[in-house]
Design a protein around this ligand. Sequence first.
Ligand code: ADP
Ligand code: MG
Length: 452
Amino acid sequence: MQDGLWQAVLGEIELSISRASYLTWFKNTRLLRQKDNVLVVGVPNVFIKHQLESKYSQLVVDVLSKNGVNPEKVEYKIHSFTPIPDNEVDDGPLVNLTNQAVRTQTTTGGLTHTYRQGLNERYTFENFVVGSGNELAYAACQAITQLPGDKYNPLYLYGGVGIGKTHLIQAVGNSFKNADPNLGVVYISTEQFVQEFVDALRFKKTSEFSKHYRSADVLIVDDIQFIAGKEKMQEEFFHTFNALYQANKQIIVSSDRTPGEIPTLEDRLRSRFAWGMTIDMQTPDFETRCAIVQTKSLSHGVSLPIDVVEFLSGLVQSNVRELEGVLNQLLAFCEMRELDPSLAVATSLLNSKSQPRHVSPRQVVDRTARHFQISVDEILGPKRDKDIVVPRQVAMYILRSELHLSFPKIARELGRKDHTTAIHSIDKIEKELAFDNIIKSAVTEIKERLYA
Ligand code: ADP
Ligand code: MG
């Protein structure tokens, strides 16, 4: 219940401050205690504690009060806990979508289920910077707003983490919604989609579930790779797809990989995805990153000197979300100390972060082998014993999650010919991370060493 309260608070806060500020200051907070009129919020470090106390305490009090909670005191306490995975923060129903318009509600034996529209109005075409890597995707999304259900149907967008997929597909939804508020635009993350489906099965409400999604005018499903291995869900989605497609409704999906690279994706879905347009989004190049930094800092009311813009854009190269985080740290630091965001300040604050980009695939393999106390020859060699196979899979996972290499490249780095091995290995480790503490701490430790 407490958690529900805090999620609701976070949902509102996210809509009232910039996304970057939200991610920097609120993302990893939790409600620890609510007792004797004192509410204790756990925060990851002293920097965030300070910022919440000095800058956001009134906002938190106001939003709590809107939710019917009026504690005498709100305390911020440094507390260590596992950070919320990006997906949850990004697309999770509770954080992002709490305030979104409710479309339909069904009650199942006391359990109220709400279908949400899921759009975050902060993601628009206007504040999306077009440049190399995303221009094709942008053009396709624009075209869809002109002629939905036509040439780009379905649109399948894929690309690495934090490069603007969610932003862009939500921009399509928002654009439709602005043009016609009554249009049935539905945005949903695949994780949420699966969860709703599981609930529907459990409460024997699948026909309502089907009806809801099959009556959309525009259906946007984010991170479709998470449908892997979920057979019933794939079947349901297949029928939803057909119903919408036949009615000329627009379907948009995003993924971190091509349909062919999603393990256990049914062939019939795979072939449906190929009916329309598949477009990959690449990491924005240096100029585009500079433009993004400029746009974002201006939206905070700050005009950064060009050398600082270039410094930040060189620092974080593959992930716009991280780039935004770094920018935000700098702005907050300068605001707190009343400093101008000069190159000197930026370098002294952020220089330790320039390490990650120097990590090479070979270093990942070396580090992983060393962690598991096997030799590099063994990890690259043909042996299939468990104590060699697992390190190999972990190395593949890190090459994907940290360096964002393609599957064929990952396979080559580990001396494998077949890239599907990489796909399956990474998929396996991704799953195991959720419950296997040995794997989890191995990955954490290897990453720490890599960047140390
Ligand atoms: P993905 O879904 O690909 O992981 P997101 O769409 O969540 O990435 O983008 C991460 C962050 O970076 C968001 O805050 C988004 O607004 C921002 N972003 C990414 N690309 C751009 C861009 N081209 N212009 C402006 N902001 C961008
Ligand atoms: Mg996303």
